[in-house]
Design a protein around this ligand. Structure first.
Ligand code: HEC
Length: 130
């Protein structure tokens, strides 16, 4: 006698694959957005022209380079824990510097509002760049 006689019924077979696929997907919980390619990470810019200029000259080099230790632009997963401590604390770290992060991110014309907009841009997925 088969172990699961009812499952051996031919009528169930077309259902087996979709059901298994669904179980496999559901087991992983909410899907994390796939990490953008290095080309995308290197290419994204803030929509605002002035911020884009600041970003390109001051933040881009480190924050698009995986080996720099900096959280990567357009990879929200790398920012989640940092932003969890609240924007004021993150701003303080940017202004004062933090380990390999130079004070002010080497931007001498940046206001706190600029930093906040840059942080929101850098921590957003590429499609949602403000
Ligand atoms: C010389 C390289 C370098 C430059 C230039 C740089 N960063 Fe960073 N940044 C880092 C590194 C490295 C870290 C990670 C520091 C750590 O957590 O030890 C970091 C971390 C950060 C963080 C997270 C701070 C926190 O509280 O966790 C923010 C926000 C940030 N950078 C914003 C910027 C902005 C905005 C600019 C441009 C104005 C900039 N960075 C320019 C290297 C750089």
């Amino acid at each position: 006698m088969p172990l699961l006689p009812r499952l051996s019924g031919a009528w169930l077979r077309p259902l087996a694959l979709p059901v298994l696929a669904c179980l496999a997907l559901c087991a992983c919980g909410p899907a994390e957005a796939p990490r953008p390619t290095p080309e995308v990470i290197a290419a994204v810019r803030p929509a605002d022209a002035r911020l884009a200029e600041i970003y390109a000259t001051a933040c881009h080099a480190c924050h698009t380079t995986p080996d720099s230790g900096a959280p990567l632009t357009a990879v929200p997963a790398q920012w989640r824990d940092r932003l969890a401590k609240g924007m004021p604390a993150v701003l303080t770290n940017v202004v004062q510097g933090l380990n390999g992060m130079p004070a002010g991110g080497q931007c001498f014309a940046c206001t706190p509002a600029d930093y906040e907009a840059l942080i929101r841009f850098m921590s957003s997925p590429p499609s949602a760049s403000p």
